[in-house]
Design a protein around this ligand. Structure first.
Ligand SMILES: [Zn+2]
Length: 236
């Protein structure tokens, strides 16, 4: 019993000591503290605070398309060359020679200027910017000599490559997804003036005539005919 009384006594002394210490510290704090009046009003400001505007982050190099070369008429130049070997066709006929290349002849003259149909250039640049991938023109303009050399069939004699109104191309890395490119070509007409101003006029429909050899049926509107060559259908 004595021991308990002793323990209780010691505990009381400790509690009293700590209270005393705290009140002493508080006294010293109050003696040393300085106060200063606040003169600024709650609506005072040194300069007007603007509402912060959202700043979009700048693009990383791989997100911008400046690394893609802009498609120009130069990409459409005839790919014929005298270095290509002569082709023997039918017996008794002269072998087919290729043209002397784009250094010996230019592009067709359209509306008084050398070039190809502007829609093709515009469309390829659109596809390039939308996909962020490079468009490779495999066949743009073909002069009549190179056209016969490349394909001497009767159907090819009227090829629009000869007048700069046809282009064969693929999109790097999307060779097996041609339907996505077809979708973009259609989107081009919906988004780009003056075509977008008359969507009815430039809407696409399927080409139903059976004179096309490709498995996928082509599409056409008033300005464009789109034909997709599958991987096993003789892509250029
Ligand atoms: Zn040529």
């Amino acid at each position: 019993m004595r021991r308990y009384v002793f323990l209780l006594f010691v505990a009381v002394i400790f509690v009293q000591c700590s209270r005393f210490e705290k009140s002493e510290k508080e006294k010293i704090r109050k003696l040393n503290q300085k106060t200063e009046s606040i003169y600024r009003q709650s609506n005072d400001s040194f300069y007007p605070l603007k509402t912060p505007a959202h700043t979009p982050r700048t693009s990383y190099p791989w997100e911008v398309h400046i690394h893609l070369p802009k498609i120009t008429k130069e990409f459409f130049r005839c790919k014929g060359s005298r270095t290509h070997p002569a082709l023997s066709v039918l017996e008794g006929e002269l072998p087919l020679l290729d043209c002397e290349g784009s250094s010996s002849h230019g592009l067709p003259i359209i509306h008084g200027k050398e070039g190809v149909y502007p829609l093709l250039i515009e469309l390829l640049n659109y596809i390039q910017s939308k996909t962020g991938r490079r468009v490779i023109v495999t066949c743009g303009h073909r002069c009549p000599i190179h056209n016969s050399y490349a394909d001497s069939s009767k159907e090819n004699k009227t090829s629009k490559h000869q007048i700069g109104a046809e282009v064969d191309f693929y999109v790097q890395g999307m060779e097996e997804r041609p339907l996505e490119i077809v979708g973009l070509a259609m989107q081009f007409f919906q988004e780009t003036p003056p075509y977008s101003q008359d969507p009815e006029k430039f809407s696409f429909k399927l080409y139903e005539k059976g004179d096309v050899r490709t498995r996928i049926k082509p599409w056409l509107n008033k300005e464009l005919f789109i034909k997709v060559f599958s991987a096993d259908e003789g892509r250029d």
